[in-house]
Design a protein around this ligand. Sequence first.
Ligand SMILES: C[S@@+](CC[C@H](N)C(=O)[O-])C[C@H]1O[C@@H](n2cnc3c(N)ncnc32)[C@H](O)[C@@H]1O
Length: 310
Amino acid sequence: MKESKKFLYIINYPTFEEELCMLEMRSIFNTEPKDKVLISSIDFNPSFSTFIKSRLEIFHEKENFEDILKELDKDVIKLDDFKLEFIKPLKADVPFSERFGYLSEIGDKILGVPDIKSPKLVLGLGKHNEKWVFGIHEKNDNLWSTHEKKPCSYSNSLSVRVAKSVVNLAANGNHNTKIIDPCCGVGTTIVEGLSMGYDIWGTEISEKNTNNAKRNLNFFNLEPRVKHQDMHTIKENYDSSIVDIPYGLFSHITKDQQQDIINTARRISKKMILITFEDLDYMVEKSGFKIVDRCAVTKGSFKRYILVCE
Ligand SMILES: C[S@@+](CC[C@H](N)C(=O)[O-])C[C@H]1O[C@@H](n2cnc3c(N)ncnc32)[C@H](O)[C@@H]1O
């Protein structure tokens, strides 16, 4: 089968997370989606972002459908247990009555036996910007949504969606990044990071939260990478830290303690993703970090700021 280095990502998001989605896409792909479609040569697992609904690895991209068929004659696909489908958001330009015809013409070119019920591979066809696109179509497996029900939660925990996103921001999608969540609470980011194969650790000053984080990790069969430790005693250095800063509404914390947390993040990591409920830009600047990108996530009366600092 033809090797390809061009991917088409189908993106979607709830309105209140639009800014977060754009920030995450800039961080992973250095670009933003246009009309909820993002084209990139970067190969990113679609199940690693809550915003990527599916990914098409483009084998052929042609103005005319017949030219796709010609390519399939030249470069014959031999494949069993496959399924052929129209890519949902990319079928609007193709009348419903014609869709089956296009799919069966493609199907005739593939050497092998299809399996519609439990295919090993799904091939997708669609039309984007007046061009036909065809390739391997992989949907988000949505397994991350099973993490929404954890044995131990915390009033101030991040949502699974935000946790997954901040891990991607911390790593820019690069799995060689060494990440620390020094105030990890019940381990929400650690669960997401480890499930995506990232090298992530957590520390937590509260013994109860540390134990609860370990229970959560154990529940999902993940390594218990959480230490009961005051972050200010951390000796190791990390590429990135994720700091969901304790906030006065939920814990007794002074401005000086918040500044100390940001200062320590600066000491132990080259980059920091800061999650706050209030404007702490002045503290970031005081620590020596520079804010290089940012977004706000607003839900009801809650507004969270997410800052990328280097
Ligand atoms: C906003 S909560 C983090 C919640 C977490 N993101 C989650 O989803 O569960 C902040 C956490 O920082 C912890 N913390 C405060 N000061 C700390 C310190 N010096 N070292 C380590 N953890 C600390 C608190 O006990 C609290 O669990």
